[in-house]
Design a protein around this ligand. Sequence first.
Ligand code: BES
Ligand code: MN
Ligand code: ZN
Length: 523
Amino acid sequence: MKIDFESVALAQCETPVLVVACFESGSTPLRDSERSRTVSDQPKGSPVSSGTVELLPAETRALLEELKASGELTGKALETTLLHRPAGLAAKKLLIVGAGKKEKVSTDLMRRLAGTAMRYLRARGVHELAWVVQDAGGPVAVQAVVEGAIVADYDADRYRTEPNFERRIDRMALTTGGAPSSDALRAAAERGRIIAEAQNFVRDLVNEPSNRMTPTILAEQSQKMAARFGLECRILDADEIRSRKMGALWAVAQGSDEPPKLIVLRYEPPDLPDARQSGAPHSPVIGLVGKGVTFDTGGISIKPAEAMHEMKTDMAGGATMLGVMQAIAQLKPRVRVLALVPATENMPSGKAYKPGDVITSMSGKTIEILNTDAEGRLVLADALTYAKELGATVLIDAATLTGAVTIALGNTTTGVFGWNKEWVDKVLKSAEAAGERMWPLPVDEEYRELYKSTIADLANTGGRYAGASTAAMFVGEFAGDTPWVHLDIAGTRWSNEEKPYRAKGPTGHGVPTLVHLLTSLGN
Ligand code: BES
Ligand code: MN
Ligand code: ZN
């Protein structure tokens, strides 16, 4: 999809479809008392504001008054109203997207408005539209609109033999209504594009079935992305994983015929001195670690058949980190970032690890396996240890780690864990700024009792109670004193329903938050 700015007056904008946002009754500008006001006169306070119907010519607005009186137009969030040959406009059609209550406008809502318009129009054979951004909330809103549009223009139907290519939107013009577009708006649109395309990259990886997304293929995809965007990429193969004594990753991998890979990406900011020479004590090296289990059968502690196919998505944490790296390679924040993706299958076989086994992790800590389905924390353990060895001074991991987090927070909200309040807060603040739902869950000394082993240093499960917390804490044991934040994305990696603004399937959740965090650290 091509995205560009257009500066003709709204009435003269010749487009197949002009799209405007409209607030709910009571807060819409269609009331007499508000008629003369413009959006920029609205009370400040909300981060973004919209309601661009106000900018339409009087003739068109009179039409909207009629629709409103008849109850067809209410402005309720995500309502869509399409007018053909609208009076007063050069546009062939006018799409009015309901924006809900004015005081509830948020970045996330702006994304959803754009996404809803996009999917509504795609389904009706439209290929080109103009989105009114004049007075619509500045760069924050423009970024959100672009993000929402690109994320919406995606379907997870790659293996249909008759894919719906004609359903794609070719061009979105951002219409400034006569005002020239500023550098800030252009930069915001570009940022939105980069973040949304990174999310769609993540979604492509997560959506691939495990026969087409083995650890080897995931490694190749990483190398391809790294080469395209100028990142350093190194792949550790099975022999190197073994020779470096990554016993926890190896334990999971040993049951599979597909060889494991440990993917390592490195981003170096263009204008920082080389940390490996200067030691630069004040600039952190962020180590992103993403679980890359390309299929999780549960191993010998095998999962029920019912939903096992969903476990092709068990590399979503790894994919998220690859997406974040793709984005920052283009946005170039002034901070060093490493990304590690331990990639393996978790299979039952004659060679598989078994309940009761004791393994030695790379850190030297011994682990008693109580359940081979608690494999994510094992692959993360060695990847965290190796990330520290490579120089990471802050660790952030993302993983589809527990069913328990989904019970606690559902499909909408990522669980955030960590001992280091400063970094947990940084992540939560970034989530809020980026308009993603994330919520803190506890780590607590007392939970340690739950995953003690009688025979080894740790057991790999802590039972059902506080399952998301004990899984997180197990991972945290391998971060040691290094600041560490864990994101459990088991619920948020996937959307079970089709939404007006987004296809069913992989979500790319987490990318906006982490990109926001890294770019705010380094700028
Ligand atoms: N990959 C699963 C967690 C998962 C469940 C992700 C549902 C996405 C959707 C993980 O490896 C797992 O199996 N966790 C177990 C841990 C238990 C054995 C302690 C779980 O949550 O049941
Ligand atoms: Mn598992
Ligand atoms: Zn798993």
